[in-house]
Design a protein around this ligand. Structure first.
Ligand code: SF4
Ligand code: SF4
Length: 139
C-alpha cells in the first residue's frame, strides 16, 4: 500500500479538473434537445410520444407552418423518443450542450422558433417565471 501511495505522487491524475478543463462529449451523447422549425409540419407526434410531457407545440398559423416549440428541459429524461418519432428530422439531441445547471427551474424552459413568433407567444402567455409569480399571488 505504501508503494502505491508513494508512486501516486508521481502520476498524473486521471480525473479532469472540471470546470477548468472540459472534455468533448461523444457525438452520440444525448444532450439538450434542439428543434429545427424549417421542416416541422405540426404533426405533434413528438409531443404524443414524449413520456415526460416535456414538449409543447404552440401553433401560430398551421397553414403557414408557423409554430413555437416549448421545451421543458427540467422534465426531459433525455430518452430521445421524440427524435425517433419525428419523421421530418426536426429534432436532435445536441452532444455539445450538456451543462444545463441553473439556480432557477424557469431557466429550463426553452422556446424555439423565430424571434417574432417567440415574442408573440411570450406577449400572449407570459414567461414561465411571470406565470409562476402570478399563480403565487393569486393563491
Ligand atoms: S428526449 Fe424524451 S423526455 Fe426529452 S423531450 Fe424527447 S421524448 Fe421527451
Ligand atoms: S414530430 Fe417533428 S414534424 Fe411533428 S410536430 Fe414534432 S418536430 Fe414537428
Amino acid at each position: 500500500m505504501l508503494v502505491d501511495i508513494w508512486s501516486s505522487f508521481f502520476k498524473k491524475p486521471v480525473t479532469q479538473r472540471y470546470p477548468f478543463e472540459r472534455l468533448e462529449a461523444p457525438e452520440q451523447f444525448r444532450g439538450r434537445l434542439v428543434w429545427d422549425p424549417s421542416k416541422c409540419n405540426g404533426c405533434c407526434l413528438c409531443i404524443k410520444d414524449c413520456p415526460a410531457n416535456a414538449l409543447e407545440l404552440i401553433t401560430i398559423d398551421k397553414k403557414a407552418k408557423q409554430f413555437v416549440m416549448r421545451y421543458h428541459a427540467d422534465r426531459c429524461t433525455y430518452c430521445s423518443q421524440c427524435v425517433q418519432s419525428c419523421r421530418s428530422e426536426c429534432l436532435r439531441m445536441a452532444h455539445d450542450q450538456w451543462e444545463p445547471a441553473s439556480l432557477s427551474r424557469h431557466d429550463f424552459v426553452v422556446d424555439y422558433g423565430n424571434e417574432a413568433d417567440i415574442a408573440h407567444i411570450l406577449e400572449k402567455y407570459g414567461t414561465p417565471s411571470a406565470r409562476a409569480t402570478a399563480a403565487k399571488t393569486s393563491e
